[in-house]
Write a protein that binds this ligand. Sequence first.
Ligand SMILES: [Zn+2]
Length: 119
Amino acid sequence: MANSVVRVGLEKVVLGEHDLAILTITTGTQRPRTDYYLLGALPSDYGRGYRLWPVRAGQPPYDLLLDGRRSSCECLGFLRHGHCKHLDALKELRRRRRLRTRCAPVGSAQASRTEKHHA
Ligand SMILES: [Zn+2]
């Protein structure tokens, strides 16, 4: 598959109160292409929630859920095919035990609960 993930990298960074990580996903063996994302944790009622911000102007963030067979991603690839490089990358990191991120939940720096408090 041309789109399969060949390499995944994760660098922890701390931006202010937020504990974020830079995720790199390299796809394609013949013409490798690397995409960069900021990775943060999202509150989730079940499984583990994450948000990926593509480091490219004009791209919306993708929210992901890691929860076995219920895992999902908001990107078009996942909607069409039921899998995508973002989920593949996070699963790979989890397999390597690199995903023990204790990131601050996105959008609520103080809240450590899983509930959302939107006004
Ligand atoms: Zn995706």
